[in-house]
Design a protein around this ligand. Structure first.
Ligand SMILES: [Zn+2]
Length: 145
């Protein structure tokens, strides 16, 4: 048996304790995404108020709303954000993990895990690593340590 299999569960367990559920993960994503401030994608305005969706922001000028996930690699994800983050984290800690192992541990359809893993991998291994992804992982890893 590979070493990976024995190590996955404690990692997931710890992650779930530190980030219990969707809301906490959305908070983390929105905080990291707008760390340097909010800029409206449509009009460039930097003032915002709370949007309708949890942790989304709404431009005070043109009223367009931006969710925490839009314009990030978690946009249009078919799985909840906390699971997408779990897959992200597993790929970061265990670069050789297979989509089957992820699927078994998260109890999600294999194809769903496969597609998101592909997206994450190209992001992690890409020449220009996604800045947001890097910052998310750095905060999660600090907390997990
Ligand atoms: Zn605007």
């Amino acid at each position: 048996m590979s070493k990976i299999k024995n190590d996955i569960r404690p990692v997931l367990k710890k992650f779930k304790i530190l980030y219990p559920g969707e809301e906490v993960c959305l908070e983390l994503l929105s905080r990291k995404k707008w760390e340097k401030g909010f800029v409206c994608k449509k009009c460039g305005n930097t003032n915002y108020c709370k949007g309708k969706k949890p942790f989304s922001r709404r431009c005070t000028k043109c009223k367009s709303e931006e969710s925490a996930t839009s314009n990030t690699l978690f946009h249009n994800c078919r799985i909840p954000l906390h699971e997408a983050l779990e897959i992200t984290l597993l790929n970061c800690i265990f670069p050789d993990i297979s989509s089957y192992e992820i699927s078994r541990n998260l109890e999600r359809r294999h194809m769903t895990c496969y597609h998101f893993q592909k997206k994450i991998k190209s992001c992690i291994e890409g020449k220009e690593q996604d800045k947001l992804l890097k910052e998310l992982l750095s905060e999660i890893n600090k907390k997990m340590a």
